[in-house]
Write a protein that binds this ligand. Structure first.
Ligand code: NDP
Length: 283
């Protein structure tokens, strides 16, 4: 069994991003800049943002914080996003989800300029992905593909099963796998016999938010298993959606949690920010 070390792959990508940032600064004098918007007091969001900022600092991407723990009115959020869209010194906008109750997340995402949407969630960017001509890829799905590619998974003709159909992970991940000529099955809570699907997967990607739901007997011998789930147990331990101990007995290759997809998501966000800056600067 091969351990798919997302931390190591992310480090490699962050090194490339750092080189790209240095190069861009040398050619244009501009530092790629990410605006981070957090509305509400969400403990997990604060941790995610701190990690993203730290990684950004490490590669030379500047961040500007717009943090409103006590909330923000909907019109004020619209005004903020409009001003960030119009600010040429801001190249990427990260709107941390979830938003507090009462906000229309779809409307907020759509209010971000597509060229500054470094998460790849804007309907225009998702539409381009569906059309087969993406400009920016959603970070977590792109990170899953990077790990699989780094370790040499053969995707063409593979049976790929994705568990979870969220807009940020499952659906775009299925599109990416399809674009790589895998035969893709997308499973969800109404799937009749989940194990029947997962057991025939050459590539099994799980993003359901259910700790340990995929167990060894649900995994095909030799499969590539990518565990997107991040779940904190009452004990404080972080676990994925895959029961690592039993699944790793069957899998040919598997990502750990933590240290798998999580670090890749951040690396992809910073890569997207650099790419957005390059496009905006035409450099
Ligand atoms: P959502 O809650 O938005 O979606 C979960 C999906 O899983 C839904 O489509 C749901 O189906 C499906 N699902 C839930 N339970 C089952 C089940 N028992 N059987 C089959 N399908 C099921 O979650 P996200 O996509 O946002 O996140 C998924 C997980 O990935 C979470 O643990 C999250 O923390 C983690 N995550 C990790 C990231 C990383 O960087 N590693 C980034 C983003 C998320 P239905 O549509 O029918 O409800």
């Amino acid at each position: 069994m091969k351990l798919l070390d997302g931390k190591a792959v992310a480090q490699k990508i962050l090194g490339e991003v750092a080189g790209g940032v240095r190069d861009l600064r040398a050619r244009t004098g501009v530092t790629p800049t990410l605006a981070v918007v957090l509305v509400g007091d969400f403990a997990a969001s604060k941790i995610y943002i701190a990690n993203k900022k730290k990684a950004g600092d490490g590669v030379g991407i500047a961040s500007r914080d717009f943090i409103y723990p006590d909330g923000l009115s909907r019109p004020a959020l619209s005004t903020l996003l409009e001003s960030l869209n119009a600010d040429p010194a801001v190249h990427g906008i990260l709107l941390q989800l979830p938003l507090p109750a009462g906000f229309d997340e779809d409307a907020a995402i759509a209010a971000i300029a597509p060229e500054k949407d470094v998460d790849g969630f804007h309907p225009q960017n998702l539409g381009r992905l569906l059309a087969g001509s993406p400009t920016v890829l959603p970070c977590t799905p792109a990170g899953c593909l990077e790990i699989l590619d780094h370790y040499g998974a053969e995707l063409t003709g593979a049976e790929a099963v994705v568990v979870g159909r969220s807009r940020i992970v499952g659906k775009p991940l299925a599109q990416l796998l399809l674009a790589r000529n895998a035969t893709v099955t997308l499973c969800h809570t109404r799937t009749r016999d989940l194990a029947a699907h997962t057991r025939r997967a050459d590539v099994l990607c799980v993003a359901a938010g259910r700790p340990g739901m995929i167990t060894g007997p649900m995994v095909k011998a030799g499969a590539w298993v990518v565990d997107v789930g991040i779940n904190r147990l009452e004990t404080g331990k972080l676990v994925g959606d895959v029961d690592f101990d039993s699944a790793s007995q069957r899998a040919g290759a598997i990502t750990p949690v933590p240290g798998g997809v999580g670090p890749m998501t951040i690396a992809m966000l910073l890569r997207n920010t650099l790419a957005a800056a390059r496009r905006q600067l035409r450099a």
